[in-house]
Design a protein around this ligand. Structure first.
Ligand code: EPU
Length: 416
């Protein structure tokens, strides 16, 4: 099984380029099957979640060509087949196919999606939306059968601004009859990216990026070329690394406004950064002070950056508090972080207190999930000695060429 080996505590300098957003690309690819002509998507990250979606596309009989970061998909001969459980289980985003197939064929059968075990992750809001659009939903064990004579626009209020439920509702309603209104919609940039993609195919979606999204159904979606936005979580991860180890280190191809909740916290802790139009340059400082973090839906502090910022907080002087409001099980990285020398107490499964600054020592550790794995990797980069990370398949699901990119800026890191 692959591991990552890191010799820590090396200054990092030069430039690192952010890839396309995982959480955008994993929705754009299933969205592409709503189109009956060819679509091209560029800036697609080279991560294993995209390999898993490619496998599903091919299973559904779509033609897929991947050349560097461009994926060309032609769904004109697609078949509405049940996706095997082992394929659906590989990732959360597999359920975007359920929404697209429902939108296209008004009938879909699918297994429960997978994804990192960071909490319960129910999909009740998605099912509520399907029902509101006129579908019946039958649940048999971990399998769904969703069927509609026709899908009709409806007003849907989401109990929480769920990213997945917002995207699923858009995908299911884009070809429905009449107007669908999503209230309390999620506002993440990835949702704007998906809505723009569909609009370039001829869909009529307004309000993406606000909490009210209106979709007026259309009959046909035509060919399109679209670009994945930069990955704000990958960007944020490298900004955190630069705050700890950067020597005039530039993170390129990012949208600074997408990570403002992170950069303002780092600045509050004492990090000095030069923020350009699409880059941030950082040289790490001598002494940082503790800050408090509370995760929130966008534009609040991203839950996906909560685990990656923990190593930074171990190097801040004083007591930092982290409150995780989105997931109930997103502190699994803390056990190994403490083994490396941190002083973190989990007060409840939602609140952690980090007392710093504590030096970290290299250890054999485990990636418990994608962002938890990124957190351990950052610990390894700042620790004295050698850190080996197990279970790196999680990290490779979401970070494009992470060892190669970090090696180029001076890290001693390898996939073994
Ligand atoms: N929720 C419900 N019912 C629902 C939907 C959501 O109770 O029907 C709850 C969830 O349990 C969670 C919260 O609402 O507590 C937010 O869930 P959301 O639906 O917004 O998350 P998601 O769509 O499953 C996406 C990202 C996650 C990211 C979250 C929040 C993808 C593929 N995944 O998940 O990314 O943490 O939004 O920003 O887009 C990651 O990249 O590591 C990752 C986990």
């Amino acid at each position: 099984m692959a591991k990552i080996r890191i010799e820590g505590n090396r200054r990092l300098t030069g430039e690192i380029t952010v890839s396309g957003a995982k959480n955008s690309a994993v929705a754009l690819i299933p969205a592409a099957i709503l189109c009956d002509e060819e679509v091209k998507i560029s800036n697609v990250p080279n991560i294993s979640d995209i390999d898993s979606l490619e496998e599903i596309l091919k299973y559904l009989n779509a033609s897929v060509i991947r050349e560097k970061d461009i994926v060309t998909i032609n769904s004109s001969s697609i078949k509405n087949k049940e996706i095997p459980e082992k394929m659906s289980q590989k990732l959360r985003a597999s359920y975007y196919f359920m929404a697209s197939l429902l939108g296209k064929y008004k009938h879909v059968e699918m297994y429960f999606p997978g994804g990192c075990t960071i909490g319960e992750r129910p999909i009740d809001q998605t099912l509520k939306a399907y029902r509101a659009l006129g579908a019946t939903v039958t649940i048999e064990d971990n399998r769904y059968i969703v069927d509609a004579k026709e899908l009709n626009g409806a007003k849907i209020y989401l109990d929480m601004p769920s990213v997945g439920a917002t995207i699923n509702t858009i995908l299911a309603s884009v070809k429905a009859k009449g107007k669908t209104i999503i209230e309390n919609a999620a506002k993440e940039p990835e949702i704007v990216n998906v809505a723009t993609f569909l609009n370039t195919m001829g869909a009529k979606i307004k309000g993406a990026g606000t909490n009210v999204i209106t979709i007026t159904g259309v009959d046909y979606l035509h060919k399109s070329f679209h670009e994945v936005i930069p990955d704000r979580i990958e960007a944020g991860t490298y900004v955190i690394i630069a705050s700890l180890l950067g020597d005039n280190l530039t993170i390129k191809n990012l949208i600074p406004s997408h990570i403002e909740a992170l950069t303002s916290k780092l600045i509050e802790a004492g990090v000095k950064m030069n923020i350009g139009d699409d880059y941030i340059t950082i040289s790490s400082g001598e002494k940082y002070k503790a800050v408090n973090i509370k995760t929130q839906p966008y534009p609040g502090f991203a839950t996906d950056l909560q685990q990656p910022i923990i190593p930074f907080l171990t190097q801040c002087h004083g007591i930092s508090t982290v409150e995780e409001t989105i997931y109930e099980n997103r502190f699994q990285n803390i056990y190994d972080t403490n083994r490396m020398g941190a002083n973190i107490i989990i007060k409840t499964n939602r609140i952690a207190k980090i007392k710093g600054a504590t030096p970290l020592q290299g250890k054999n550790v485990t990636a418990t999930d994608l962002r938890g794995g990124a957190s351990m990797l950052i610990c390894g980069l700042i620790a004295e000695g050698i850190t080996t990370i197990d279970n790196v398949k999680y990290i490779l699901r979401g970070y494009d060429n992470i060892c190669g990119k970090l090696s180029q800026i001076g890290a001693k890191i390898e996939l073994i």
